[in-house]
Design a protein around this ligand. Structure first.
Ligand SMILES: Nc1nc(=O)c2c([nH]1)NC[C@@H]1CN(c3ccc(C(=O)N[C@@H](CCC(=O)O)C(=O)O)cc3)CN21
Ligand SMILES: CC(C)C(=O)C(=O)O
Ligand SMILES: [Mg+2]
Length: 268
């Protein structure tokens, strides 16, 4: 298994993708992706909500356990959902601890801010590795007024840089930087020893992350910074239409899918 320490020493960019279920985790893991993030993006991508806000600790725990069971090598990171951390220290530790103790995660990710510096230090001291997350933090959508680019003024960019340093000092092992100008992400990357993992943050981070349904071409509303590397929606529709047509035409099930038991032809 990849460890959080090995990540820092890797020469090639770090690769990270989200996964919410065991089959997908197993395919991603077999492809040699370094980190599986059980994102709270499961809210929109697996659970049918309009945002990530309704996702619960139980949801993330259950999906993290599925991803951990489905993968062998990748580091599994559980994304702590809205209001599950930062409200109260004991509750934060309990919620984050469940991901490692019950679900088999290797680390947790917290959407970071001034309120998560102490919490990051506490969790790290207790043996729970923390991935920080700055820039666009979608759990703040109600204050941001949309999923807009962050760090676009000097003051905002300085704030991200200073919070990045504070989370590194607090013990975070990596930092996700989301939807910020590439030159801001590059300076954050230069300023830190821990790896940065960008999403919509340009090519100068130490690694990249995307949401798996965007990569596969399964989502209906991928963000502008995502690249659709496949067309899984079309591939799924082809298979499903073929199945429907075969059932309607009577060609499925065929003899090879059926079994006749001798002596059972005169029931009733
Ligand atoms: N499928 C998926 N992919 C993601 O990358 C993702 C999620 N879901 N859910 C959680 C967050 C939300 N993210 C998003 C979602 C939308 C935009 C987006 O469309 N931004 C536009 C419009 C901003 C606005 O005015 O509201 C932009 O130009 O920045 C960006 C990031 C990234 N994360
Ligand atoms: C986009 C990534 C970083 C995330 O937080 C998620 O998928 O929930
Ligand atoms: Mg998330």
């Amino acid at each position: 298994m990849t460890t959080t320490r090995e990540l820092r020493q890797q020469a090639e960019p770090i690769t990270m993708l989200t996964a919410y279920d065991a089959h997908t985790a197993s395919v991603i893991d077999d492809c040699g992706i370094d980190i599986l993030l059980v994102g709270d993006s499961m809210g929109t991508e697996a659970l049918g909500y309009d945002s990530t806000l309704p996702v619960t600790v139980d949801d993330v725990e259950r999906h993290t356990a599925a991803v951990a069971r489905g993968s062998d090598d990748a580091l599994v990171v559980a994304d702590m959902p809205f209001l599950s951390v930062g409200v109260d220290e004991a509750e934060t530790v309990r919620n984050a601890g469940r991901m490692l103790k019950e679900a088999g995660a290797d680390a947790v990710k917290l959407e970071s801010g001034p309120h998560t510096v102490e919490m990051t230090e506490r969790l790290t001291q207790l043996g729970i590795p923390v991935m920080a997350h700055l820039g666009l933090t979608p759990q703040h959508v109600n204050q941001l007024g949309g999923y807009t680019r962050q760090g676009t003024t000097e003051a905002a960019a300085e704030e991200i840089l200073s919070l990045a340093r504070a989370h590194e000092d607090a013990g975070a092992f990596a930092l996700v930087v989301e939807h910020v100008p590439a030159n801001v992400a590059a300076q954050v990357t230069d300023a830190l020893d821990i790896p940065t993992i960008g999403i919509g943050a340009g090519g100068d981070c130490d690694g990249q992350v995307l949401v798996i349904s965007d990569v596969l071409g399964l989502s209906e509303n991928a963000p502008p910074f995502a690249e659709q590397f496949g067309d899984l929606r079309a591939a799924m529709a082809d298979a499903i239409e073929d199945y429907k047509a075969a059932v309607e035409a009577g060609s499925f099930p065929a003899d090879e899918h059926s079994h006749i038991e001798d002596g059972l032809d005169d029931l009733g």
